[in-house]
Design a protein around this ligand. Sequence first.
Ligand SMILES: *Cc1c(COP(=O)(O)O)cnc(C)c1O
Length: 364
Amino acid sequence: MSRAFNFSAGPAMLPEAVMRKAESEFLDWNNTGMSVMEMSHRSKEYMSVAHQMEADLREVMAIPDNYKVLFIHGGASLQFAGIPMNLAEQGDTVDYLNTGVWSTKAIKEASRYTNVNVIAGGQEANPTEVPDISEWQFSDDAKYIHICSNETITGLELQDEHLEAIFSQGKPVIADMSSNIMSREIDVNKYAMIYAGAQKNIGPAGLAIVIVREDMLGHARSNTPTLLNWEIYANNESMFNTPATYAWYLAGLVFDWIKTTGGVKHIATVNQKKASKLYQYIDESDFYSNSIKVSERSWMNVTFNLKNSDLDAEFLEQSKAAGLLSLKGHKAFGGMRASIYNAMPEEGIDALIVFMKQFALDNA
Ligand SMILES: *Cc1c(COP(=O)(O)O)cnc(C)c1O
């Protein structure tokens, strides 16, 4: 059986080396006679897995000592409520930049718990560019500023100039990095809290990673559910209740894989090369097009349209038959989307371009 190139936006493909390692340890981890899945989360064996995983994550992202790393159930979406509950009261104001569907979801949920000022955006459901910085309206008294660093559905990624404009406000910055965490180097020090669902660049679904500066802990409002209170996770090594043990283990294998492939710095070089190859082909072709502002195109999610959308179904059928899976775009945006996270090898991009060229020739 051969593995296909899976362009799913998430859950997404994992590195083959990680899957093989997990397979080899599946029935018997480290001569314990058990799978990691079958171990008590309090056992010495499992604690060694958990500690190694956290240490590797800290190393891979260069997370400073004054930050806690939390592993939380419920994906990134649960944090849409967790953020205002941990950092704001009902009557406070918080600032959110709206760059698309995921920003909108975060805003909608936060609005149930506090007053949300939208810095800019939101006029269109699926903007193809970040609102111009000159139009941004910050509030004076915001408890924090929230951004989505990569909008997964359209493939729109915030750039350094946007981040600098956000950081220059001097407020705690919260970032949803679900679809671009560990895709390039970032300075964790600039953020008060970073969160990401695991199923794109980290591991299996159901787990979210929260990286939070220590001074952000201890402010949760009194009616915050225990399992949404970051301080509880921090004080209990994320084991107040039973954690997603196997997902932690697999995430740990991915962090180890990042380390052994040269770290995020190296992966970023590969990611940039992969994305630019694909965009370059799309731009050259008159059969395909991408609608995102060129300087704000995502390295992780490459969306494109066929000139003639009547051919979409045929494109999807033939690409699947060629071992190129899950290229259908999100229904909210239409067209196609190739999600090319860290685990997608450059050969996957090459194979996709070869297929796209042939499909364009056959249907010219
Ligand atoms: C996928 C995604 C989410 C949602 O993640 P869940 O783990 O399904 O809650 C949130 N934000 C962004 C940017 C995403 O790509």
